[in-house]
Design a protein around this ligand. Structure first.
Ligand SMILES: CC(C)(COP(=O)(O)OP(=O)(O)OC[C@H]1O[C@@H](n2cnc3c(N)ncnc32)[C@H](O)[C@@H]1OP(=O)(O)O)[C@@H](O)C(=O)NCCC(=O)NCCS
Length: 157
């Protein structure tokens, strides 16, 4: 991977990004797999007026990560955050999260919550590094394989 990680640009996702976004999601077993229609609906401001969808783009390497969040003020849900394997542990997700947090604060959102598979150690490590705290558990929430969901929450005060 030759991306210059200092030159990342976090910007809003557009319909032109969806093919690459879906390619990234399908390369990661722990990323939620949304159909093309679900992504398109998420980008349609009439259908989803309160959505944040961001990509992290790198000169020479294109899009290496993305994030989707939905806003239900005064809270928001982080639905997906994903970074290509070769781009991981270089601060890409941290930058995406910071971009989302700035938008959420501007929208008056005071807290972010999410659910994650109990076995997803990378995501749990990332979320804890961002200051998320465990807020509960949903037993056997996920199927294939069956697994608990851990509910995490972070205040944006
Ligand atoms: C979770 C994920 C988005 C993290 O992306 P990333 O760009 O590698 O994360 P960052 O480089 O910004 O990491 C920031 C900090 O989070 C923590 N972290 C990140 N990945 C971690 C891991 N695998 N194990 C433990 N801690 C981790 C570390 O504290 C890290 O800082 P450090 O590298 O200086 O130690 C990435 O692993 C991923 O795409 N996983 C597959 C998809 C997924 O599970 N998404 C979440 C469910 S939707």
């Amino acid at each position: 991977m030759r991306a210059d990680f200092e030159e990342a640009r976090v910007r809003p996702m557009t319909a032109a990004d969806l093919e690459r976004v879906r390619e990234i999601a399908s390369s990661l077993k722990d990323a939620p797999q949304w159909g093309a229609g679900a992504y398109r609906a998420a980008l349609d401001l009439e259908v989803a007026p309160r959505r944040i969808a961001l990509v992290a783009e790198f000169p020479g390497s294109g899009i290496l990560g993305f994030l989707m969040a939905s806003l239900v003020p005064p809270e928001a849900e982080l639905e997906t955050i994903a970074v290509v394997v070769e781009g991981q542990r270089r601060g890409v997700a941290r930058r995406l999260f910071a971009g989302m947090a700035a938008e959420l604060k501007a929208a008056g959102v005071m807290a972010v919550h999410l659910e994650v598979r109990a076995s997803n150690e990378a995501a749990l490590g990332f979320y804890h590094a961002q200051g998320f705290m465990e807020a509960g558990r949903r037993p056997r929430y996920y199927a294939g394989p069956e697994e608990d969901a851990i509910l995490l929450k972070k205040g944006l005060g």
